[in-house]
Design a binder for this molecule. Structure first.
Ligand code: NAD
Ligand code: MG
Length: 395
């Protein structure tokens, strides 16, 4: 690509909820006048991927699904946009030279392409929490060795990042992750046992992809975020707190040794965190709703219930055990999420299965290479799959 002096960016997972919001922010901040879009990637939604590629003038469009290559090629016929498909092409999209990469593929599928971008030194705007939960320090080290910056996009972690004062890490006592509590905040476990995917995905405040919506209902999303926070901000497990805050206005907080608590607030709109990651350390001018405190009137808080939402307890267990527990939790949760969506298991079984897999891998030592992370991930998926199949046989 010729050097145009514009910021060169790539968006991994452009067709998802974060991806679409990222393209909106890019448009708000000047679009093709300000940015060269190097690569965008999607999966099954070929029509949207092609439409996005044409609209933003991407040089490369990649679908993760090999079988969709011709469909994407046809949809982009007559343009000079390069087309590719499959796992290796996704990694190539991450590896292709650009300044900034939005990592917004959902699940562990995002790890290898994001790693490719990190290793070549791109700034990584990290929405995909799963790769950090799974690969932890190895991922952090890969970014550091590549020389790029890691800028959190997850709203809680963006809030903490924004509330951290330079050179005051030693004075951080705790971080407080806020959680909306999801659609089942006040439900009993008995009531949760029979819920469908449709009920579970209806998040009260945020509009998001399916996995994170279900994860908000089970609080597995918060569990993953606790581990994400540990790695991003180098915290001990006892420094990570969760508080249920149903309005999702305070996006998270940092408590300091002098008793001060700094917070970042805003309307629940991911474009604020995305815009911050795109222009960091500057703040962009964004057309998003402003908070109206008089209308808001109050902010509520309540302690999380680890009995009704065991995912939080599992995250604490994973943090305390170390080893490959993050990878095991992440992979078992992803496998059981797919089984829940397919109607093979109930809502509460997701935590049961994840706990069984984590316990069975409790004595595994920490991964020292990415290959070991992928091996632990595959082993946890295999074990979760076995439990799911056994339960079906017994039913
Ligand atoms: P989504 O389901 O809306 O989009 C996921 C994207 O990944 C899509 O572009 C999809 O095509 C692609 N994808 C799906 N499966 C793939 C595969 N196997 N290989 C390659 N690409 C694949 O998800 P989302 O809500 O945008 O979330 C994306 C990531 O951002 C997740 O890790 C999520 O936890 C995180 N996140 C999302 C939000 C939010 O508001 N949506 C907030 C914080 C963090
Ligand atoms: Mg979040």
């Amino acid at each position: 690509m010729a050097d145009t002096g514009k910021r060169r960016i790539s968006i991994l997972g452009s067709t998802g909820s974060i991806g679409v919001n990222t393209l909106d922010v890019v448009d708000q901040l000047g679009g093709r006048e300000a940015f060269d879009v190097v690569a965008i990637t999607g999966n099954a939604n070929i029509a949207l991927l092609a439409e996005q590629a044409k609209a933003c003038g991407a040089s490369l469009a990649v679908t993760a699904d090999d079988a969709q290559y011709s469909a994407l090629k046809d949809a982009l016929a007559g343009s000079d946009i390069e087309v590719a498909a499959g796992r290796d092409a996704l990694i190539e999209a991450g590896a292709r030279d650009s300044d900034w990469v939005m990592a917004a593929i959902v699940g562990t599928a995002g790890l290898a392409p994001t790693l490719a971008a990190a290793q070549r030194g791109a700034d990584i705007a990290l929405a995909n929490k799963e790769c950090l939960v799974s690969a932890g320090e190895l991922f952090i080290n890969a970014v550091a060795e590549g020389g790029g910056r890691l800028i959190p996009v997850d709203s809680e972690h963006s809030a903490i990042f924004q509330s951290l004062e330079d050179d005051q890490h030693h004075a951080v006592e705790r971080i407080v992750l806020t959680a909306s509590g999801g659609p089942f905040r006040t439900w009993t476990r008995e009531a949760m046992a029979g819920v469908t995917v449709e009920t579970a995905r209806a998040h009260p405040n945020w509009s998001m992809g399916l996995k994170i919506s279900i994860g908000s209902a089970s609080m597995f999303n918060k569990a993953l975020e606790m581990i994400e926070a540990k790695h991003l901000f180098d915290l001990r497990p006892d420094q990570i707190e969760v508080i249920v805050h149903p309005q999702s206005v305070i996006h998270s907080m940092v408590g300091y040794t002098d008793g001060s608590v700094l917070a970042q607030l805003g309307c629940p709109d991911m474009r604020t965190a995305i815009g911050y990651a795109l222009t960091y350390p500057n703040r962009p001018k964004l057309n998003v709703e402003r908070l109206d405190f008089a209308k808001l009137a109050r902010l509520d808080f309540e302690a999380p219930d680890e009995v009704r939402f065991p995912a939080l307890r599992l995250a604490r267990t994973a943090l305390e055990r170390g080893g490959v527990q993050g990878a095991a939790m992440n992979a078992a949760e992803e496998t059981s999420f797919h089984a829940f969506c397919a109607g093979r298991i109930g809502f509460l079984n997701m935590a049961d299965i994840t706990e069984q897999v984590m316990d069975s891998m409790a004595d595994y030592g920490a991964a020292t290479t990415m290959d070991e992370v992928f091996t632990a991930d595959a082993e946890a998926r295999r074990r979760a799959g076995e439990i799911i199949a056994k339960n079906e046989m017994a039913a």
